[in-house]
Ligand binder design. Structure first.
Ligand SMILES: Cc1cc2nc3c(=O)[nH]c(=O)nc-3n(C[C@H](O)[C@H](O)[C@H](O)COP(=O)(O)O)c2cc1C
Length: 192
């Protein structure tokens, strides 16, 4: 696929087939991701890839965080337990969860450079994935700011920032193209 076509045709994936993506294909996808621009060549992106049996503890940590931060009620009422059960089984249907993180820098400019570069890495990976017929959903949610969640997955929140979790697999349904605002509406040309 032509790169311009891929940029326009890639869609976020909300519904995945159960089939896993071949590890070699995932490696290729993230290798393409890593050709993102990176100031000082720091290549700050790091990945924790949860799949197969590895997903359960990760998902349990997400649920525990949602309870702590109040996104799920912290009680054992049947309604709460049903909600947890349904959230867990939905997340377990997604074949791969890639947590993308990077080491924090105390210098705010360096921090922004790293974050921006990691975002470019993610978009490169999304586009490469699309070329392989693999779908992704780029997610940012509240648990990523929960130090206890970070500790549960083995990261110290003083030193590391979670940039995103990518849900990955073969698309079951294609989501609709929402289109984009004409860029002229967002562009101011200053030429004198
Ligand atoms: C930084 C970032 C975070 C996002 N977080 C979420 C999310 O948490 N949940 C979600 O459903 N979509 C999330 N999205 C996906 C956007 O909703 C999606 O890109 C947008 O609706 C445009 O659709 P498209 O990607 O199919 O063009 C996120 C996208 C970005 C760039």
């Amino acid at each position: 696929m032509d790169i311009l076509e891929a940029i326009k045709e890639r869609r976020s994936t909300y519904s995945f087939k159960r089939e896993e993506v071949n590890p070699e294909v995932l490696k290729q996808i993230f290798t393409y991701g890593s050709y993102a621009p990176t100031h000082y060549m720091t290549e700050a992106w790091q990945i924790k890839l949860y799949q197969s049996q590895g997903r359960k503890a990760f998902i349990d940590a997400i649920i525990a965080s949602y309870r702590r931060i109040g996104m799920i009620k912290d009680n054992d009422d049947p309604k709460t337990l049903r909600m947890i059960e349904s959230m867990t089984s939905f997340l377990m249907t997604i074949p791969h969860h890639a947590l993308i993180y990077f080491e924090k820098d105390n210098d705010p400019i360096r921090y922004e450079e790293e974050y921006a570069s990691v975002a470019a890495f993610i978009q490169n990976a999304q586009l490469a994935a699309w070329e392989y017929g693999v779908g992704m959903l780029w997610t940012i949610t509240a648990y990523m700011h929960d130090p206890e969640f970070m500790a549960e997955i083995g990261l110290n929140s003083d030193n590391y920032k979670v940039a995103a979790v990518l849900q990955i697999g073969y698309p079951d349904k294609l989501s609709r193209d929402k289109g984009r605002t004409p860029i002229e509406n967002k562009m101011e040309i200053i030429d004198e």
